[in-house]
Design a protein around this ligand. Structure first.
Ligand code: ZN
Length: 160
């Protein structure tokens, strides 16, 4: 009746790109590089949803070689991943995500991220947890070369 999934995603931080995190555009001098809008939080959540039902991963469903997904809003990818879950008869119980980045501080944007993600997944805002940590200046995150997100998702089979 319950299924659990986890996801992780990485993107480089570069100048000349917008920084999208959790479906929200964050003002910053660097943005995440990728084929889509490169939203690590949403990509990790997509993988957690797909992983919970052994449906492969985001690259399987939305290949980065496809022009259809060039610069696509990752909210669309999250919606499509959720549609795959729903088609299997499951709903989401809760999401817990952790973002690793050095700068900027994302705390002021967390409530909006929760609202955006909860609306797509048909959840209450309190069923979507977004946490953030630095890596204490260590590694590629600490050098502000990249950003990482981890997500877990619990799914429940809907009553017939
Ligand atoms: Zn990604």
């Amino acid at each position: 009746m319950f299924r659990i999934g986890q996801g992780v995603d990485f993107h480089q931080l570069v100048t000349g790109r917008d920084l999208w995190l959790g479906g929200v555009k964050i003002p910053h001098e660097k943005g995440a590089k990728g084929h889509s809008d490169a939203d690590v939080i949403l990509h990790a959540i997509c993988d957690a949803l797909l992983g919970a039902l052994s449906l492969g991963d985001i690259g399987t469903h939305f290949p980065d070689t496809s022009v259809e997904f060039k610069n696509i809003d990752s909210k669309i990818l999250l919606k499509r991943s959720y549609d795959l879950i729903k088609a299997k008869g499951y709903s989401v119980v809760n999401i817990d995500a952790t973002l690793c980045l050095e700068q900027p501080k994302i705390k002021p944007y967390v409530p909006e991220m929760q609202r955006v993600i909860a609306a797509i997944l048909e959840l209450g805002d309190d069923a979507v947890s977004i946490k953030a940590t630095t890596t204490e200046k260590m590694g590629f995150v600490g050098r502000e070369e990249g950003v990482v997100a981890y997500a877990s998702a619990l799914l429940m089979k809907r009553e017939k």
